[in-house]
Design a binder for this molecule. Structure first.
Ligand SMILES: CC(C)(COP(=O)(O)OP(=O)(O)OC[C@H]1O[C@@H](n2cnc3c(N)ncnc32)[C@H](O)[C@@H]1OP(=O)(O)O)[C@@H](O)C(=O)NCCC(=O)NCCS
Length: 154
């Protein structure tokens, strides 16, 4: 087993399944949302970049430990969405690695600004990575307050 699996896009159908499974398990299932609610049309748009970190690159059945996606929203700006780390792997630096990958991809695509809507509980995570709160945004599922955050890419 690789000690440090890379961050990269999903490649095979099984990896895509693992990718969406983690997104659903962390961000939708705890709020009784139906399977499929974890997917959005932007997932399939050509400029969208998906980031996946597997537990074991050599495993026959892939298991995702961390995921995230970057959606270009203009020629200069991208939005990071659906950041999720498996609960058993939280706090071990994987979220930070997904963010670093997506920011590097954004720079490579010529983007100069990242925005995101952070859950209230995750604001501190993004602040550590240089994001600042712009304003409160939406309330998801009637209970999860989100905050619009922003970072200029240097
Ligand atoms: C929020 C989340 C993506 C963070 O990923 P993670 O892998 O647990 O975070 P990391 O281990 O990479 O942490 C990086 C740094 O942020 C800090 N941090 C992590 N989560 C934090 C939080 N919720 N609040 C404040 N700081 C946090 C860590 O302590 C670490 O700081 P350090 O470098 O000073 O030690 C992850 O915990 C998660 O998926 N949570 C549930 C779903 C969610 O809220 N997703 C975001 C939706 S907007």
């Amino acid at each position: 087993m690789n000690s440090v699996p890379p961050v990269r896009p999903p490649r095979t159908p099984a990896e895509w399944a693992a990718y969406y499974h983690l997104r659903y398990a962390v961000l939708r299932r705890p709020w009784q949302q139906p399977p499929g609610s974890e997917r959005v049309p932007a997932d399939d748009e050509p400029g969208t970049i998906h980031a996946l970190l597997l537990a074991d690159e050599t495993a026959e059945t892939p298991v995702a430990l961390a995921v995230g996606m970057l959606q270009p929203t203009s020629a200069q700006q991208g939005q990071i969405r659906f950041m999720a780390v498996a609960p058993e792997a939280a706090g071990t630096g994987l979220g930070q690695r997904i963010m670093a990958y997506l920011e590097a991809q954004a720079r490579a695509a010529g983007l100069t600004e990242i925005v995101l809507h952070s859950r209230e509980a995750a604001v501190g995570f993004y602040e550590r990575l240089g994001y600042t709160v712009v304003e409160p945004s939406h309330l998801l599922f009637g209970e999860i307050q989100h905050f619009l955050m922003q970072k200029q890419l240097s």
